[in-house]
Design a protein around this ligand. Structure first.
Ligand code: MN
Length: 488
């Protein structure tokens, strides 16, 4: 659904592009051998290169280059066999070099495309403009002392991939779906942990508005460093409305960088947006051009795992699950693995049934406890066994829920629980008949009522028999036998 805002003189649409920064999964930095581990004491992971001591030279980290190629291939993008590093010059206390080594007009990855599905069911292809490698800056710490700012250089030189989209995004919902898709992809590829809380994935969102139907690009605001899907949505909605209000008032937004304040839900101006020329980009004289050969790229391509879109399509084709369920199951690599283990490659259990147990019962529990699938108290194998017990008519769906509750608490095998608690379904019609006879002879008035036409009473009889058998009688069998005995 198109996201529009009503202005005084007509409707406006929103135009957005995202710049997503992902920290590359790498034990060491982009141009030095210092560790990148999160949460270390300030300034304990800083080499002379990271601190920009005079005379120090950067050396490219080959592992990081491979991760960028891997990510580019996952984005269906063109890998540039020749790319170059450039200096982006600006001053900041946490940037000791006085410039960031990044890539400018020759990034390592060129155009690509990702498909996103939004909450209203719409599907869109969002074009990627480029992916480039760059180093992260250090961190200024303003909250350690009332009068001083401290600088922690642990993050200085940490490898980042910046993934830049074209301004193809048309709603807050789509922006969130796109960001989530990038996160899913890098996690599948293993090239970034995509962890937003620890800042290893964050986005700058470029927002502008234009009258519906027009194809012009108006001045945009860049909202920096968004690290939550909820904030991304809020910030976009606020910013788009602010720009429409300006136009309505006869003013025009300026191209600038803005910050989102999660407490107020508003964005506020940080600085007027620099143009590329302001950074005085020039090729970094300390680094040779990065030259890749086809064999290297092909080797990485061969090593790619099955990616989420392919997995989703296969889940639909192979297991018959709905598209929505297939998306949920394939969005997270660990959930996908759990699902396939529970279905059992050889056993081929009913995929829809397994999927239902995971998505409603298991997720219901995990969400309540705020746990991830890898922390599930029920193993995928045990869940598969539970589905077998239902499919083989050993237990009814209702009893299965009782067994499931027990499994959550004890992580025991469902077979053991069924045997120990004597939950096996009674399918023997002799035993069921006995129970029915007892109920009928104990309630002659109800039998008479039924026979005189109050057939709705059948529900009451079924309930009594189920109760008498602790829910273990096969409900279909109970129904059939009851109707026989009541003379139908
Ligand atoms: Mn950047």
């Amino acid at each position: 659904m198109r996201y529009t805002i009503d202005g005084k003189n007509g409707k406006w649409e929103v135009v957005m592009g995202l710049e997503v920064h992902c920290q590359v999964n790498s034990a060491s930095k982009l141009f030095s051998s210092s560790p990148t581990a999160f949460g270390a004491e300030p300034n304990t992971q800083v080499s002379y290169v990271d601190a920009a001591m005079p005379g120090m030279l950067p050396v490219i980290n080959d592992w990081v280059v491979k991760q960028a190629i891997r990510t580019g291939l996952g984005l269906n993008a063109k890998i540039n066999k020749v790319s170059r590093f450039a200096r982006k010059n600006y001053f900041y206390p946490d940037l000791p070099q006085g410039y960031q080594i990044s890539q400018s007009d020759q990034p390592i990855v060129g155009e690509g495309v990702v498909e996103v599905k939004t909450e209203d069911g719409g599907k869109r292809a969002i074009r990627i403009e480029r992916l480039h490698l760059e180093q992260d800056a250090g961190k200024s710490m303003h909250d350690q002392d009332p009068h001083k700012t401290y600088v922690d250089l642990n993050r200085s030189g940490t490898p980042l991939m910046e993934i830049v989209s074209y301004p193809d995004i048309t709603s807050p919902d789509e922006a969130a779906a796109y960001f989530k898709k990038i996160q899913t992809l890098v996690r599948y590829l293993g090239t970034s942990d995509g962890n937003m809380e620890e800042g290893s994935m964050r986005a700058d969102v470029n927002v502008s508005v234009r009258p519906v139907g027009s194809d012009e690009l108006r001045p945009r605001a860049e909202i920096k460093n968004m690290n939550s899907l909820r904030f991304i949505r809020q910030a976009i909605a606020y910013e788009a409305q602010r720009q429409v209000d300006l136009y309505d008032a006869g003013e025009s937004p300026v191209q600038e960088t803005r910050l989102f304040n999660p407490k107020t839900g508003e964005t506020k101006s940080m600085r007027s947006k620099e143009n590329a020329a302001d950074y005085r980009y020039f090729p970094c004289p300390d680094l040779l051009p990065l030259i890749l050969d086809d064999a290297e790229i092909e080797a990485i391509r061969k090593d790619l795992p099955e990616l989420p879109d392919a997995k989703r399509d296969r889940f639909i084709a192979e297991y018959g699950v709905s598209e929505d369920d297939a998306i949920t199951l394939s969005n997270d690599k660990d959930v996908a693995h759990y699902f396939e283990t529970a279905v059992g490659r050889e056993k081929q259990r009913d995929g829809k049934m397994v999927s239902n147990w995971i998505l409603s019962e298991l997720f219901g529990h995990l969400n309540k406890e705020n746990r991830s699938i890898t922390e599930s108290p029920i193993s995928a194998e045990n869940l598969g066994d539970l589905v077998d017990l239902i499919a083989e008519n050993v237990i009814s769906g209702k009893i299965a829920k009782t067994v499931f509750e027990d499994m959550l608490k004890t992580n025991r095998s469902p077979k053991k629980i069924v045997e120990e608690k004597g939950l096996r379904q009674i399918t023997d019609s002799g035993a069921i008949e006995k129970a029915i006879d007892k109920i009928l002879s104990g309630a002659p008035d109800k039998v008479a009522e039924y026979k005189s036409g109050k057939v709705a009473l059948i529900g009451w009889f079924v309930g009594q028999v189920m109760q008498a058998t602790q829910g273990r009688a096969n409900p279909g069998e109970v129904n059939k036998l009851l109707k026989e005995k009541l003379g139908e």
